[in-house]
Design a protein around this ligand. Sequence first.
Ligand code: UT7
Length: 380
Amino acid sequence: MSSHAHVIGWGKYLPQRVLKNGELSELVDTSDEWIRTRTGIRERHLVEDGETTADMAVQAARQALEVAHFNPTQVELIIVATVTPDHLFPSTACLVQDMLGATRAAAFDLSAGCTGFIYGLSVAANMLLSGAYRSALVIGAETLSSITDWTDRATCVLFGDGAGAVVLQSGENEGGVLASSLGSDGSGGDLLWLPAGGSRIPTSQRTLDERLHFIQMKGREVFRFAVKVMHDATCEVLEKAGHALGDLTLLIPHQANQRIIEAAARSLDLSPEMVYSNVEWYGNTSAASIPIALSEAAEKGRIQTGDLVVCVGFGAGLTWGAAAIRWTRPQPMLAPLRRRIVRRLYYSLARIRSRFRRLIRWLSAFGIKDGLNGGRRSKE
Ligand code: UT7
């Protein structure tokens, strides 16, 4: 019997701090009116000092595991889609694996700009379908405020921080991720990029002086590209899944700009109720935007068992992609209090476990060093 990759859990995390349009007009030459009419955004959430992409990813993942009634030790694969990892390496996924105590999981990051979550979902679903893994945690998480140029009005009004996550599990019953469709066009790489800090333009005093460690974007070009690929990717994935637009229950687009969402809806001839939007409250959270919207839609009961949902995104690369999902998970019951307490305890133990492993590593390194010294001494 063939297997299917089902979405069995979902979660989201938005940091506490809210930045409203009015506050931005104190930083740069802009206005609440311009931002609202050109983008549909009213406010966005930003991390507090010290809060990172991994921290937010863990919060969203914990919620998704709670909904799935899954223990971290049951997770076999963790993919974090992000363009704002905690470090270039190790991967943010490994930090998440450690913080969750997902002791049996393989973990890696994936970089596909704002399309990252769709790429991650597609990779994970196919790894489940191949039989190599039985469960996966797919996370989109971003701290865009750390790469936003707060002196550039063309970009700083757009972005926000946050994380969203889903748990995938393989099962014999029909449904789950029915199809995915991914695309790329590297010739548009410089339309939306962060120029410095990699091997082509390593960090230097010049790159700092010229503000090359912040997002740079040609907004109008990205806008035109976005509307086209949102339409094409949605149609393509539905066709791959053997469905027509008329079968669709809900479209969950990347939340970049309300005007892009509405233009895509118009070109697909979808009514506004069939297109989920929350860009007003969170801004563009890049790879986190689709899983945040998907989780919110599920939480609000906008997605029910049997519904056909298409997630569609576009972003830096340039990349685009869509995934068609037949929803099979009923609205979750809250896990019993005892189970929730045990899980919370487990997360505290995961922290202790992590420190313990570091200590053991440190002690064994110390031991090896001693051994080497001893060896040298004995030769002398
Ligand atoms: O996840 C993917 C990431 N990116 C996107 O999806 C972005 C896609 N693009 C967009 O959303 C839109 O192109 C923007 C919201 C970025 C810009 O909207 P637009 O309608 O394309 O504006 P524009 O770039 O054509 O600029 C119009 C005017 C310009 O002034 P002039 O040259 O006409 O005098 C800009 O300088 O608006 C000016 N402007 C602003 N004015 C007030 C640009 N940013 C601002 C601002 N406040 N924040």
